[in-house]
Each structure stands twice: as C-alpha cells, then as structure tokens.
Design a protein around this ligand. Structure first.
Ligand SMILES: Cc1ncc(COP(=O)(O)O)c(C=O)c1O
Length: 427
C-alpha cells in the first residue's frame, strides 16, 4: 500500500533525535521539517505511473526552498514557475531551460522577452498575451515551446478559492465562450503547439480533473484535424497542470496518483503515446505530506470550557487555515519537552493561537488534544507545501529554521532568519 502520510511514530523519532542533537535550540520556537526520503518516494512514484517521457514540472509555489529545488531536480523533476523570480530561482537551482514551465497570468513584455530568450516552455494565459508573444517572436530567435492555458469550464471543486475551472476564471482562455478565437489562434500561429489546463488545487475530485482533460483532449483532436489539413504540425504538448488532492486528516481517503494516471491512460490512451509530450505540474501532492512543523507551546490559557495554547505560528505560516478554517485543517500531535508523544484527552478542547496581532490568528479551534503544558511541543502534520511559500511579513516574525532528514541524517535546509536579515525588508 502506497504511503500517503508520515506516521506520528516517524515524526516522534525525528523530533527526539533533533532535540537530543541540539538541532532545536532555545531560539527555535518554531521549526519546519521535511522528510527527504518520503519526498524522494513521491517523485519516484510519479515517474513510475506516467510514461517515461513525461516532464513533471513540480509547482514551485508549493515549496521554493533552494535545497528542495536542487534535491528534486537531481531526481529528474522539472519546475513549474509562476513569476519571473521563480523562473530565475529555477535557473539558479540548476534546472535546464527545457525543464522549466513558465505560467503566470500577468507576464510583462520584459518577462516574456526574458523567457523567450532563455528558451523555457511558456504557457500563455490570454489572447492579449498571445499577441505580445507573436510580436516578440518577430525579432527574437527563441528555443521556447509555446502553449496556451485554456479554461475547460468544467466547474468548481469544494474549495471555491482554489478552483479555477468554473464558468468564469481569472485564468486562461475559456474554451466555450472563446472557442472561435482559440480556433483562429491555433490556425494562425503554427508555433502554438501546446495546451495547458489546471482545474484547481485541493478540493477537486479526480472526476473533475479528468473531465477537464477530456474537454481539452476533444478540443485538441478537433484542432489537429484542421492544423494538419493546413500543413501545420499538430498540437503535441499537453500540460495537465496539478491539483491532485492530498489527505490532511486521518479520515480523508487520499486520491491515488496511480489511479489518476491509470484513468488518464484508459480514457485518453493517445496522451500516453509518443505523439504527445505530456507535462504535469503537481505541487501539493509532491510536497505537503512530506513535511511537518513543530512549535514550542509558550503559554496555555485555561478558561471555562476552552483552553488556548499560545504557539509560534499563526496566519504568518498558515494563512489559509486561519482565514478559511472550514476548508483547511490539519492533524495535530502533542509531545512533551523531551519529545515523547502525549496521549489521552484533556477535559477541555484547545484553540491553537498564533503570535500575530489580530483575533483571527487562530490556527484551529476546539481541537480535542491531550493535556498541553508550557514547554511542550505541538506538531502540525502535513505542512510540506503552501506554508512557508505563503509566509506573511505581518508583525515581522522571523522565518523558522528548516531541517531536512533522511532516516537519522539531518541537514539544515535553511537557517532561522536573523533580525539582521529581516530588518532590511522594511527599507
Ligand atoms: C497553474 C498551476 N499549476 C499547478 C499548480 C499546483 O497545484 P497543486 O499544488 O494543487 O498540484 C497550481 C496551483 O494552484 C497552478 O496554479
């Protein structure tokens, strides 16, 4: 059975070793961990269930840590980047241009020029952007391949804020309402050889993701008939985006990547042949379950019916959890000062309150947990993606030390931010 989450035992082992070896110092009120063996398994698994010529451009927005970028590059992954800075970070981390996919809904002229000159794959987001690329291609000799993001308009998942394939979406060109314009574009520009879709991130069922692929697959089949009739090469780059959901709670049954890949192969067998260059852009599935975060509990406030554990992470690290708690939740475990797991249930549930100055800075409310005491460690499970990458500067908290481990071997992936590093942010 494929492992979907890290066990509390393996987290406890890593926590105890870190405490014993002085990796969690007095100042390290908050530390993030990444299990690199688990991450490696994820990349290997991804490569094993899709055709070998697939480029897995892992969504950098999920986890842009330099050491992690280098680590997954060495495992053969590519990078999906959503800004010029992410593009430059991918190049800096050693990704060849051919393994970088540039998506962003607001690419400037200069950014497009840089991307074309560098030779990365570009997914155009709008018809206006297409005209800019066409103009730039008149004067730039580029090795870039070019696709266009199409909104398949198949509907939204359970989380509206992270669904992008509804009737309306700010992303891409809608397949139904702009069908004629899309058709014209593919017949006007022979170099437009790719399509791209992304249905949403978390909250989208496998069926919804598959129906998005289906819409684009039919569109491409129709266009390719017309393109070949006019002597253009067929559309051959098919980017399915990311979006496979992961399980954050023990009672959520994770969607299997293997099932997803099998379903794509069964429903659209041509996509798995060499006639297509298949691209994927998974972020959450690759990273989230490989990481966990531990905060020292600084204080516990006990009130009638509710306890409040004051911890060192709130909306700075867990933006979505604090602002939209119904959709974003985690599992929590409590360890004592020496890293031993605590059991049982306290009489009162807990609010897990962050350090920021606003009342919504509560990571979770009414959580039933063992008795928490000052100096204990609270572990937040499944924090390997969309956490540090969404860091907020509010209240100028310092970013935590980040540790990677393979079994019993630990390495500092990034040091805790010092005051001297933080202060220049404000000028
Ligand atoms: C264009 C695009 N590709 C890929 C992803 C990654 O999605 P996920 O991390 O859910 O796989 C996102 C995230 O929203 C995205 O916007």
């Amino acid at each position: 059975m494929y492992k979907s989450n890290l066990t509390v035992e393996s987290i406890g082992n890593a926590l105890r070793s870190s405490l014993l070896n002085g990796l969690i110092r007095e100042d390290d009120t908050l530390v993030m961990f990444h299990d690199l063996s688990f991450l490696q398994e994820r990349i290997h698994h991804l490569s094993s269930v899709f055709p070998s010529h697939t480029l897995h451009a892992v969504a950098m927005k999920a986890n842009p840590l330099k050491r992690i970028l280098e680590f997954i590059r060495l495992l053969g992954a590519g990078a999906e980047v959503a800004s010029l800075a992410e593009l430059k970070m991918a190049l800096k981390a050693g990704y060849p241009a051919k393994k970088i996919v540039f998506d962003s809904p607001v690419k400037t002229w200069q950014e497009l020029e840089f991307a074309l000159t560098t030779g990365v794959h570009i997914n155009i987001d709008s018809l206006a952007e297409l005209e800019r690329v066409a103009a730039l291609k008149q004067r730039i000799v580029s090795g870039s391949t070019i696709g266009i993001r199409i909104n398949p308009q198949v509907g939204v998942g359970t989380i509206a804020e992270s669904s992008v394939a509804g009737e309306y979406s700010k992303f891409g060109v809608p397949v139904t309402t702009k069908r004629k314009e899309l058709g014209d574009a593919f017949l006007t520009y022979p170099w437009l050889t790719g399509v791209h879709l992304h249905v949403g991130s978390q909250g989208c069922s496998m069926e919804l993701l598959l129906s998005g692929i289906g819409v684009l697959y039919s569109f491409v089949s129709e266009m390719n008939e017309k393109r070949t009739a006019t002597g253009h090469e067929p559309i051959s780059i098919f980017d399915i985006g990311g979006g496979l959901p992961v399980s954050y709670m023990g009672d959520q049954i994770p969607v299997s990547m293997e099932d997803y890949a099998h379903a794509i192969r069964n429903e659209f067998p041509e996509l798995f042949t060499i006639h297509y260059s298949l691209l994927t852009e998974f972020g959450r599935w690759v990273h989230v379950n490989a990481g966990w975060t531990v905060s020292r509990v600084e204080y516990v406030k006990r009130d009638s019916g509710i306890n409040t554990a004051m911890i060192h992470a709130g909306a700075d690290l867990f933006l979505r959890e604090c602002l939209n708690p119904k959709s974003w939740q985690h599992e929590y475990s409590v360890f004592d000062k020496t890293g031993n797991l605590k059991y049982g249930k306290d009489r009162n549930p807990y609010n897990l309150a962050g350090p920021l100055c606003f009342s919504g800075d509560i990571l979770a409310r009414n959580v039933v947990l063992p008795m928490i005491e000052e100096g204990d460690y609270l572990v937040i499970h499944d924090t390997g993606g969309y956490t540090l990458s969404m860091w907020s500067r509010y209240n100028s908290r310092q970013t935590p030390r980040i540790i990677g481990y393979h079994g019993n071997e630990f390495e500092i992936l990034k040091e805790r931010e010092s005051f001297e590093e933080l202060a220049p942010f404000w000028g």
